[in-house]
Design a protein around this ligand. Sequence first.
Ligand SMILES: C[S@@+](CC[C@H](N)C(=O)[O-])C[C@H]1O[C@@H](n2cnc3c(N)ncnc32)[C@H](O)[C@@H]1O
Length: 219
Amino acid sequence: MEQLFRKFILPGSGQRQCPPIRYFCAMCKEGAAYWDARYSEQDTPWDVGGPSTPLKTYIDGLTDKEMRILLPGGGPGHELLYLLERGFSHSFLLDISPVVIQQLRQQHPAVPAAHFIAGDFFQHQGTYDLILEQTFFCALPPAMRPHYAPAMHRLLRPGGRLAGVLFHFPLTDAGPPYGGDAGEYQGYFEPHFTQVRLAHCYNSIPPRAGKELWIDLRK
Ligand SMILES: C[S@@+](CC[C@H](N)C(=O)[O-])C[C@H]1O[C@@H](n2cnc3c(N)ncnc32)[C@H](O)[C@@H]1O
């Protein structure tokens, strides 16, 4: 394993970088192997058992049922199922873990398999009107953060929106989840989006109260 990482050590810095192909990067807590293991072992403390209140409230306010909606890193799928139940039939969950995609397809045989996409967000191709963020950004190794906004921008149609929640607590190595603050997030988003709104979340679930920011970005 050490050999696998050696070539990704920045010359002279002693700092390891993640390999460009992340499938086997379990040691740095990312990639399909890491997330597959978490789902196989049912070690999923992020699963709140239903759509989170901020996402549910936002979805309840949506009216255009023709929108193409993406949930990257959608994991257990509660928000996708909620969207589909409400008639947003062009909604798709994308997750890097083939295990969770298989679990979702088995648990929800009535949902066409095409709604559950196995793949790496950073390689994903498509065009969406709306992308919903929930505990996906915070699950990425912080070194990947600069790549998130350009990838979101690429996947949104002109005028499309990225909305959802980001954690608001100090960034440490202890994640996932990894924290952050509004200033850091603005630095990532402002070069790419015409509208960048961040506000403290008023309707977080109790364990996350005071630790979430609502983001509403427009391409
Ligand atoms: C902390 S979980 C959150 C799951 C879900 N959003 C929720 O709130 O319950 C992070 C999810 O992101 C997925 N993930 C991590 N890296 C990814 C990537 N590069 N592309 C797509 N999904 C990824 C993981 O497999 C996992 O399901």
